[in-house]
Design a protein around this ligand. Structure first.
Ligand code: NDP
Ligand code: MG
Length: 381
C-alpha cells in the first residue's frame, strides 16, 4: 500500500474522492494541483498540509500565491509546468492522475520517470500516447494501476493470469440516451447530457458517457493497459452498472468484478494494491438485484463508439486525433457552441482529415493533438 501520494486534478470529481480516501486511510498528500478552484485547493492545504500546491489558471495561480504568502509551502507556476512539478514532487510513492484530458500526458511521463506508481484515472493520456507511456513505465519500473472502474475490474480479474486471457468483456451502462435515435438526440442539452443515471462524474466524462465515446476511449485504454488486440475486447451494454467488467480465460471460465457504482472503490484499490483495506461506502447486496442484463451494442446507433474502435484498429496517431478532437468538441458543446450530434460529426471530420502517422513520436502525437483541436475549434468559431 502507498504511504504518500500526489493528486493531480485534486479539486475534480476523482480528485476529491481520492483526497477523501487518503484522509480516511491516513495516506500523506505532499502535493496537490488543479486549474482554478482556489477555494478547494486552500481547504486541501489545511487538511493535508502539503509541501506543494499549484493552480494552472494564471489568475487563480496569483490568488493562491497571495492567499499563501508567508506560509511554509511552495506554490508552483501556472500552466503545465505547475502540474509537472507536482507530478515529480520528491518523496511521494504514487501520483493519482485525475486531470481531465491530454494535459495529463507530460505530467504522467514525469511521474513515471520519477519511478512513482501511477494511479491512473486520466484515460486520455493512454488513448493518445499509450504505447509510449506503457513502454516508458516498463523501462522505469513504474507500476500503472488503473482507477477507471472497468479497468480496475479487469486488473483485479486478471491478477496473475496474464497469459491465460482469451477475451476482455468491457461493460458500459449505455448512458442516459440508450436506445435514442439520432433524431431524438439532436436537441440534447448540456444539462441533460451531464446527468448520468448511475455515476456522478465531471462534465467532460459525463458527456463522453452519453455519446459512448467514453466506452470507445476505454476500449483503447484497455488495449494499452493489458496489451490486448482489438479483437480480444468485446463491449457489452450492462445498464445496471454492477459488473464493472469481466475477463474470459482460455478454458472458458469468466471472472467478473462486481460492486456498487462508487469510484471510491477503484481509487482505494489503486492506492492499497496489492493489499485490501476496509471500504467506507455502501456494500453490494446481491439479493436486492432485480437482475443483470448484458446486451450487444447497436453500433449503428452508437457512432462515437464505432469510430473509436475503428481508430483503435488503425492505430498510429488516430487515437490521439480522436481523443483531442473529442475533447475540443465536448468543450464547445458544454459552452453551447455546437449541438450534441455535431460532437460525432466534428470528431469524424478530424479523424478523416488529419494525416495518418503510423509510428508517431511524442512530438508527432502532440502536433496531431494540436491540429485536431484547431480543426474542430475553427469550424465553430
Ligand atoms: P473533473 O472535470 O471533475 O476534474 C478535473 C480536474 O482537473 C479538476 O481538478 C480541474 O481543476 C483539473 N484541471 C483541469 N484542467 C487542468 C489544467 N489545464 N491544469 C491543471 N489542472 C486541470 O474530471 P473528473 O474527475 O471527472 O475526471 C478526471 C479524469 O478521470 C478524466 O480523465 C476522466 O476520464 C477520468 N475518470 C473519471 C471518472 C469519474 O467518475 N469522474 C471515472 C473514470 C475515469 P479545477 O477544478 O480547478 O478546474
Ligand atoms: Mg469507466
Amino acid at each position: 500500500m502507498v504511504k504518500s501520494t500526489v493528486i493531480l486534478g485534486s479539486t475534480g470529481s476523482i480528485g476529491r474522492q481520492s483526497a477523501a480516501v487518503c484522509e480516511r486511510l491516513g495516506i500523506r498528500v505532499p502535493a496537490v494541483a488543479a486549474n482554478r478552484n482556489v477555494g478547494l485547493l486552500l481547504k486541501q492545504v489545511e487538511t493535508f498540509k502539503p509541501e506543494y500546491v499549484s493552480a494552472a489558471d494564471p489568475g487563480a495561480n496569483r490568488e493562491l500565491r497571495e492567499a499563501l504568502s508567508g506560509r511554509d509551502i511552495t506554490v508552483g507556476p501556472p500552466g503545465e509546468e505547475g502540474l509537472r512539478a507536482a507530478a515529480a514532487w520528491p518523496g511521494a510513492d504514487c501520483v493519482v492522475t485525475a486531470v481531465s484530458g491530454a494535459v495529463g500526458l507530460r505530467p504522467t511521463l514525469d511521474a513515471i520517470d520519477a519511478g512513482r506508481r501511477i494511479a491512473l484515472a486520466n484515460k486520455e493520456t493512454l488513448v493518445c500516447a499509450g504505447e509510449i507511456v506503457m513502454r516508458r513505465a516498463a523501462e522505469k519500473g513504474a507500476e500503472i494501476v488503473p482507477v477507471d472502474s472497468e479497468h480496475s475490474a479487469i486488473f483485479q480479474c486478471l491478477s496473475g493470469r496474464g497469459g491465460e486471457l482469451r477475451k476482455i468483456l468491457l461493460t458500459g451502462s449505455g448512458g442516459p440516451f440508450r436506445g435514442w435515435t439520432r433524431e431524438q438526440t439532436a436537441h440534447v442539452t448540456p444539462e441533460q447530457a451531464v446527468k448520468h443515471p448511475n455515476w456522478s462524474m465531471g462534465a467532460k466524462i459525463s458527456v463522453d458517457s452519453a455519446t459512448m465515446m467514453n466506452k470507445g476511449l476505454e476500449f483503447i485504454e484497455a488495449m494499452r493497459l493489458f496489451g490486448a488486440a482489438p479483437e480480444d475486447i468485446e463491449v457489452l451494454i450492462h445498464p445496471e452498472s454492477v459488473v464493472h467488467s469481466a475477463v474470459e480465460l482460455v478454458d472458458g471460465t469468466v471472472i467478473a468484478q462486481l460492486g456498487v457504482p462508487d469510484m471510491a472503490l477503484p481509487i482505494q484499490y489503486a492506492l492499497t494494491y496489492p493489499e485490501r483495506k476496509p471500504g467506507a461506502g455502501e456494500r453490494l447486496d446481491l439479493t436486492r438485484l432485480a437482475g443483470l442484463t448484458f446486451l450487444k451494442p447497436d453500433f449503428g446507433k452508437l457512432p462515437c463508439l464505432a469510430l473509436a474502435i475503428s481508430c483503435a484498429k488503425r492505430g498510429g496517431n488516430a487515437p490521439a486525433v480522436l481523443s483531442a478532437a473529442n475533447e475540443a468538441a465536448v468543450g464547445l458543446f458544454l459552452r453551447g457552441k455546437l449541438g450534441y450530434n455535431q460532437i460525432y460529426e466534428s470528431v469524424e471530420r478530424a479523424v478523416s482529415g488529419i494525416g495518418f502517422i503510423e509510428r508517431p513520436s511524442l512530438e508527432d502525437i502532440l502536433a496531431s493533438d494540436r491540429e485536431a483541436r484547431t480543426l474542430v475549434e475553427e469550424s465553430y468559431s
